[in-house]
Ligand binder design. Structure first.
Ligand code: SAM
Ligand code: SF4
Ligand code: F3S
Length: 489
């Protein structure tokens, strides 16, 4: 696989395609007598969200306006679906939605439907679109985001479905794009792309290509500019964020990025996801000693059985994994530890599963993303013979969920009566008059704001603000309380 670095100085075609699209949409808008709109649907992880922020930035630069409101989803003039392929139900989402868009797309010949993202690296999906969804105008893969204006221009010029899946792993620095940051309270900053680990169940290395790290100086420049723009929180992203720099000649590693971000002076620096094999002592040390580095470590365990970990191609034993957890707990008091666990990997016996339950009890995770194993065509594990029957997988899954909910609830109960600083993320899903935010250790807090300290203005003005919440109630997935005061005034 070839890795190609894209230089932002060499973007003449990108600029001329953007100009041509701006003219095209402007004359279409004049003929329709209204503003043209776009809608981006994003599935999957934060790396996809970050890609969508770049795509939205480009769509805005063509003169299109983002649609708001659910009813308008299918009515936008340009509809872009940024897909995920990590589990089978993600695939189903796309094809379900494509059916919904179908009638609108046929009625309005000017409507443009675009599909990109990880699912487009699976040839069967692309073939299905080619055969059954002729109204899809453009299909491309996640490695070619920086070529989006060129591909869209070509598809409009040709008036035919354009499918362009590259075998090259491009890497373009963020300054290539004008990013539409979608959150006021958190800026997403990918620092590395791709994955070289080939866990046997996982589609990501096929979808996202080989591991490649961004240029250190370029990351620092972006962070400095985010600080100037007033962001309180940045989130450093990578499929294995702590493997940053492994193939870079300049010799910078993940702790160097963390240290630089901390020195720039954000209120909070988060990072996702860390791989146990590359978690250096330096990272834990920085979490322990730097007040603006989050006290939260997301470390995927996947299974508690060494035998299954080996079959998964995860290069650690459960003892090594639990030693990292212990070291984190000891050196980052009050910190939180979260994980990913797969239930029902091919060959998983009741004994293996019991070892997972035992490891969960020992690690005392604050939260766990638990998944039923999903067979991904093209991965090694999809060829394994002893796939676990669905009923057994779902029975084990609910036992794991019960245990984890119980442990999380009990750990949350210990927080009742204490006060924590939170960064406000917005209105809570829990109901009207309730807001949501996160503590420094990434605990989700739902809270109310007493009238006497409620600032005037709209709710979105609260996003990104800091305050102290006193906790009065525990739940398995969150803690609830009342805002005592704002701390950023
Ligand atoms: N790179 C991260 C790591 O290894 O820690 C994980 C990133 S992956 C996008 C997120 C999670 O999806 C994985 O940790 C795994 O638990 C889950 N996952 C990946 N492939 C899966 C599959 N085929 N079936 C079920 N869960 C899967
Ligand atoms: Fe997937 Fe494993 Fe890479 Fe994580 S480390 S993205 S689970 S292959
Ligand atoms: Fe999904 Fe791709 Fe992320 S498969 S989880 S969107 S890297």
């Amino acid at each position: 696989m070839t890795i190609v670095r894209v230089d932002s100085l060499d973007n003449k075609e990108f600029v001329s395609a953007t100009e041509e699209l701006r003219e095209y949409f402007s004359s279409l808008s004049a003929s329709k007598g209204r503003k043209l709109t776009y809608n981006v649907l994003t599935y999957g992880c934060q790396l996809n969200e970050s890609d969508s922020e770049k795509l939205e930035g480009m769509l805005s630069s063509f003169g299109l306006v983002r649609t708001e409101g659910k009813d308008e989803l299918t009515m936008a003039d340009v509809i872009l679906m940024n897909t995920c392929s990590v589990r089978e139900n993600a695939d189903k989402h796309l094809f379900g939605n494509l059916g919904v868009f179908k009638s609108g797309a046929y009625e309005d010949r000017d409507r443009i439907v675009i599909i990109c993202g990880c699912m487009m690296k699976v040839p069967e999906n692309v073939e299905k679109i080619r055969k059954s969804y002729p109204y899809v105008d453009l299909v491309f893969d996640p490695q070619q985001i920086h070529r989006f204006p060129i591909l869209l221009r070509d598809s409009i010029r040709s008036k035919k479905q354009l499918i362009n899946i590259s075998s090259i792993d491009y890497i373009a620095e963020d300054d290539y794009f004008s990013i539409a940051r979608l959150r006021k309270f958190r800026a997403l900053v990918p620092i590395m792309y791709g994955c070289n680990n080939f866990c046997t169940y996982c589609i990501v290395p096929y979808a996202r290509g080989r591991e490649r790290s961004r240029d250190f100086e370029s990351i620092v420049t972006e962070l400095e500019s985010l600080k100037e723009q007033g962001y309180n929180e940045v989130m450093l992203l990578g499929q294995n964020v702590n493997s940053y720099g492994k193939n870079n000649p300049e010799g910078k590693s993940f702790p160097d990025v963390l240290r630089a971000a901390s020195d720039i002076g954000f209120n909070r620096i988060r990072f996702m996801s860390s791989h146990p094999k590359d978690l250096s002592d330096d990272v834990i040390e920085l979490m322990a000693t730097r007040s603006n580095i989050e006290k939260h470590l997301h470390l995927a365990m996947q299974s508690g059985s060494d035998r299954i970990l080996k079959l998964m191609n995860r290069p650690y034993t459960i003892k090594q994994f639990l030693d990292i957890c212990d070291s984190f707990r000891e050196r980052v008091p009050g910190g939180s530890l979260t994980t990913d666990i797969i239930v029902g990997f091919p060959g998983e016996t009741e004994e293996d599963f019991e070892l997972t339950l035992e490891a969960v009890r020992k690690a005392r995770f604050d939260a766990a993303f638990t998944f039923q194993y999903s067979k991904r065509p093209g991965t090694k594990a999809a060829e394994f013979e002893d796939q676990v029957p669905k009923e057994i997988v779902s029975e084990r899954f609910s036992r794991l969920l019960d245990l984890q909910n119980d442990l999380a609830f009990r750990s949350n109960e210990d927080k009742v009566g204490s006060s924590y600083e939170i960064l406000i993320e917005g209105i809570s899903k829990a109901g009207s008059g309730t807001y949501t935010g996160r503590t420094m250790s990434n605990h989700l807090v739902n809270f109310t704001i007493p009238e006497e300290i409620m600032p005037s203005g709209c709710d979105t003005d609260l996003e990104g603000r800091l305050g102290i919440v006193r906790i009065d109630r525990a739940r398995p997935y969150s803690i609830d309380g009342v805002l005592e005061r704002f701390t950023d005034v």
